[in-house]
Write a protein that binds this ligand. Sequence first.
Ligand code: FE2
Length: 210
Amino acid sequence: MTKHISNNHETVSAQPRLKQRAPEIQAYGTVSLNLPLELEQPVRLEMTEQLNQLLADTMTLRDLYKKSHWQVAGPSFYQLHLLFDKHFAEQAELVDGIAERIQLLGGVSIAMAADVAETTQIERPPRGREELPVQLSRLLDAHQIIIRQCRTLARRASQIGDDGTNDLVISDVLRTNELQVWFVSEHLVDVPLVHAADSPELARERKASA
Ligand SMILES: [Fe+2]
């Protein structure tokens, strides 16, 4: 027989209470009223709203890197498979940093894929596999959207006194994205792999075959 112990009119039991639901304790798009951060509520509201946009786009770029990591094809498969996963991990770190900044400012971070999909500004790729140049172009387009946002958001943050957000956006998000753009864009430079374009050998071969 189960023995129920009464405590504050609640029944205490060793059984897990499953399938519970209750109203939200804080709505998305709101911030806590009073926090000892020396940042007024309107400032925190504006910053969390903009950080949520940056978060949705960063989560999308993170996932685009994993898609590219899995679906890449061609002679540079191994190298790019590893590079894409490295960038994925770095973007995942940024996601956590941005989300936790939103929470510490008293806001609510966007989290689930469906909400992210509705919010992101990054173009949705097809489910299927695409050629490498297309994968690389999509990644660079996504980086560009994020980098543009970073600059605007960082300037606004310092203008309204949120130096912490300014620092996160510049030191972490912007710098990481700039570096990743370099590593990705170098793969779109069309340089010869074996023969230098104007090598005497190539010229001789051309002449011989003419
Ligand atoms: Fe993997």
